[in-house]
Design a protein around this ligand. Structure first.
Ligand code: ZN
Length: 300
């Protein structure tokens, strides 16, 4: 019953995850299958094709539209180190032959240092007006938006780190797949407007980001697996929550922090920030908003 309603809605509507747009709190229903050949449901993703389409689009886009520099409205600090490490393909390449041992011997309880095989650099920064960086970290939440024409595609370091995470999880017999990544302003507008049309703005605002406010538009957010609450408590979700920081990600919308992040708990949405910050945020037990002392609320 529910599934067919969602699917019907989804076919008409465009989709995506909570901050990115889940329908009713925690509930959702749509077949999903990307890298991971799992089927599940999430209204977020109207239908498999949309989801795959958005993922594909993301993949397509990021290959060609990266403007790199540092910028932004607020505080900007470019870590040359990050950039240099970002180019650390060499590190990775040499990691292919040597770093295995180093990565294995290095305890992952503490943040890696640049040069360590498992060090993940901070994402590149963009010299584009209207983007907010706080201590070098791009912020996209209900208080800080992104320009409508900001269209970076999926960040390549973010994607590389995701596949390392996926690979290591697979070594543990876990199946974590890429469900959704970059989403353009226009695509998010479709998603959001469909939810407003169906549920009204007040309710839609509790689970769907307004265009320009979705973290997926930054190219630094990834939804994994089934993108709904059926992911909660799975071995993959538990592993992701305990280990995603080791690859430079944070679980962006943790449980019990809804009033701070502005979004419901999402066990599937991870944000790439690089290991310097991911370990710091993870070890602090805080959300990104609390860590930087900022809020996440629309200015009506
Ligand atoms: Zn998401």
């Amino acid at each position: 019953m529910k599934r067919s309603i969602f699917t019907a809605l989804a076919v008409a509507a465009v989709l995506s995850c909570t901050a990115c747009g889940k329908t009713e709190v925690g509930k959702a229903d749509v077949p999903v299958s990307t890298a991971g050949t799992q089927t599940t449901a999430s209204p977020d993703t109207a239908s498999l094709t949309d989801e795959a389409a958005s993922a594909e689009t993301a993949t397509d886009t990021y290959q060609d539209t990266t403007a790199e520099t540092s910028a932004a409205k607020e505080v900007t600090t470019v870590t040359e180190e990050a950039v240099s490490v970002g180019g650390g393909e060499n590190t990775e390449a040499s990691a292919a032959t040597q770093p295995q041992t180093q990565a294995q011997t290095r305890s992952r309880d503490t943040a890696p240092s640049p040069g360590d095989a498992d060090y993940a650099p901070a994402p590149v920064q963009y010299d584009i007006p209207g983007i907010t960086y706080i201590q070098g970290t791009l912020i996209a939440n209900k208080s800080y938006s992104l320009p409508a024409d900001f269209n970076p595609g999926l960040d390549s370091t973010c994607e590389n780190q995701f596949y390392k995470l996926q690979n290591d999880a697979a070594q543990q017999g876990l199946n974590i797949w890429f469900a959704s990544g970059f989403r353009s302003y226009d695509y998010q507008a479709q998603i959001y407007n469909n939810y407003v049309a169906r549920d009204g703005q007040a309710l839609a605002d509790t689970y769907s980001a307004r265009p320009g406010y979705s973290e997926h538009q930054s190219g630094l957010a990834i939804d994994v697996n089934q993108i709904d609450d059926s992911f909660i408590g799975t071995p993959e979700a538990v592993w992701l929550e305990n280990h995603c920081h080791e690859y430079g990600f944070i679980l962006r919308y943790p449980r019990g922090k809804e009033s701070i992040t502005g979004y419901q708990y999402e066990s599937w949405h991870i944000r790439y920030v690089g290991t310097d910050l991911s370990y710091a945020v993870h070890d602090s037990g805080l959300t990104l908003e609390e860590y930087f002392g900022i809020d996440s609320a629309y200015k009506e």
